[in-house]
Design a binder for this molecule. Sequence first.
Ligand SMILES: Cc1cc2nc3c(=O)[nH]c(=O)nc-3n(C[C@H](O)[C@H](O)[C@H](O)COP(=O)(O)OP(=O)(O)OC[C@H]3O[C@@H](n4cnc5c(N)ncnc54)[C@H](O)[C@@H]3O)c2cc1C
Length: 365
Amino acid sequence: MAERIVVIGGGYAGLAFIGEARHIPDSQIVLIDPGDGHELIPELPEALRMHDPIEEHVVQFHDVLEGTGVEHCKERVVDIRMDAREVRLSSGEARSFDWLLVSPGSVSAYPPIPGLQERSLPLRNAHDAFKIKERLRENPHQRVVVVGGGLTGVEVAGILAPDHDVWLIEGAPRLLPALGIGLAHYARSRLQVAGVKVIMGQKLERVEENTLKLQRDEIHYDVLIWAGGIQAPRWLRDTDLPLDDRGYPVVDSTGRIGERVFAAGDVWRVWVGHQEVPQTAQLASMAGDYVAESMTRAIRGEPLPAPFQPRLRGMLISLDPGIGVGWVIRGGIPVRGSSARTLKNLSFQQYRLKLSRAFGRGWPF
Ligand SMILES: Cc1cc2nc3c(=O)[nH]c(=O)nc-3n(C[C@H](O)[C@H](O)[C@H](O)COP(=O)(O)OP(=O)(O)OC[C@H]3O[C@@H](n4cnc5c(N)ncnc54)[C@H](O)[C@@H]3O)c2cc1C
């Protein structure tokens, strides 16, 4: 009997995994994902620009999986029963598995700030990007306030700056904690040159209709974008997966949650020494490749590979117009300006190439 491998989520981790695991002999892979395609999420901030269609940043599952024998089940998983070896779907149906990959990504985290969740727009997927773009299209002169000065918030503020009145709010006294202080200063000064009003060191206390109340100031907004952090999907709490104090699955260093259940992507909190590795598409894709190897060995009854030790190639963000900031190569060589932007665009192309190779396509998606 063929081994039935179920994959929850066709994002960066899920597709990297399937690209490798599809070569396991006598296996049948089912991808469960409620969407039509693989969303190239790191490209979405750029897709917020007026003339950049969001559809161009989604690769249809049909185009990736056609001819591979992998089934796409267009459903949402709502529960996992490790003991019964089945996942339950929002339709009420259950799917059984011999082996399971849990890779549903993450969702926006909302601190208990009155009015925040109801009045702000997140940017986590293509649907969110559509909604933001629709709101921006209503009137280009609206004031857009982005809350959260991390990688996503800075990138969104920079990209919207040429076309809108943009404000960026960060509670900490600096932007971009994931980058060095010099790069963060550079990003801030470029944002300011592009016209973004940056407010740092004031926590958001309350969101009212069209008004943000900070610790000391009040700011008018028309469109509010929340880029304040991520958390594990809430539905994982209803499953029988072991979870940590933040609601993430407890995963060992080989990607395993249980004997036949593995995780990859944003839901796997990866540590190198005492340092948690930031959740990125790059990490998710590497974890997907790695876990395919782990699961293959487990299926064959072989010892699992050495613990996952991701070696990130860099971290780059766009800051319009035509510039970027970040670091490349292990050890972290800082890059800024147009070279950073070129490298970032190159990384998008490299990813598309990786995907097309993994699925035996002759052209980059
Ligand atoms: C705006 C933004 C910009 C970013 N920029 C960068 C960047 O420049 N570089 C970088 O490396 N990282 C970036 N990231 C982070 C990166 O996008 C994520 O770390 C990465 O997508 C995680 O991959 P994943 O496979 O875990 O989840 P995802 O890629 O999010 O995929 C999850 C998949 O699971 C599916 N799914 C969700 N719930 C269910 C369910 N219940 N049942 C079935 N399927 C489900 C979803 O439909 C989706 O297809 C950015 C993130 C955001 C939001």
